[in-house]
Unconditional design. Sequence first.
Length: 416
Amino acid sequence: MRRRLLALVCVSASLLTGCGVMSDSAAERRTVTVWLMQHSASQDFLDRFTEEFEREHETLDLDIRVQEWTGIGEKVQQALRDDDPDGPDVIEVGNTQVSAYAEGDGLLDLTLESMRDWGRDDWLPGLAEPGRWGSQQYGIPWYAANRVVVYRKDLFRAAGVTPPKTRDEWLETTERLDTGDTQGIYLAGQDWYTLAGFIWEEGGELATERDGVWRGALDSEAALRGMDFYRRLQRLGDGPVDADEEHPPQAGVFAEGRVAQIVAVPGLVRAIVQQNPGLEDKIGYFPVPGTEAGRPGAVFTGGSDLVVPAGTDVEDAAVEVVAALTGARWNTDLARTMNYVPNKASLADSVAGEEGLRAMAAGAARGRATPATPRWSVVEADNPIKEYMTRVLTGADPGKEAERAARRITETLAFD
């Protein structure tokens, strides 16, 4: 890839002599073009970061260009293929998208920097693991967000219950809350991200890989236990069995005031309070409970990684930008500014002052991502998991339906 170097060209013999004694003050300036996604960082954060980064790196200029998520996959793939002098040197990508870009040798291998300089072992697994392709680290964790339980403090008090510590307690608590006009929990039947966490908590997987071959794994005993827990929890409310959490949007359902709990990212509460300001002081958060007390349950971790195109002409400068944005100082600044989880478990205390972020950070320590195969996006597009969930929730045999869904996932992942 290419870079705009402000080079001084000597065009005469007399100037050649001068070039030999050029001072450091006339050093070449280089521009690092950074693609970040819309709403990932505030303009104030970007302004502060740019100003300080350029002050600390006197020969570098930052050109931050904000992109929209719609259509970004093809746009990134095109940028990785092209030898465009105006292309990106650093790109923010969804944590589950890294494998699709690394597969074609389009990304710079950052394994050495990750292990030597950046503390890879402390990264949140839900960001770090999908950032790898094979044994190499291509995606560097930037920020995370994951689901917690959003609950009504007043309804819990009225029922004489407190936030549960284990799954079994969660079922008992929710059953006590599910009374009269109040739903113990609103859980849509096709909320497959939440199901994924339950499956992982039981030791199961959505799909497994062996010798380069991926197979669906919803039919394992562990995965079936995860689905059974989902079924038992989902029935303690009136969530539709044939729709996901966005149909209708669960924020609107919760805002109506007759739901004790939902499973959602804390940021959803802003939409709830906009629709029902009276709930602002009644909402609390706790991590999704696990099978053991004192250990939150596994959850799907969303968020972003930073990658560097393999063809950049400013490799060292691009790596400096990644190091700064993902380092402790600016990473915790971003987390506080945008209500994210920092990229390292050791940084969780930096957001401990806010209840929703504290619950999210606790869960993120056990976060996971979807299977690290480029074809998982094709599985999601067709999504046999949703159909499987609806069939089980409407009384079909779980084992047979799991086998059917696992077979469809295997066929999709194997298609070339």
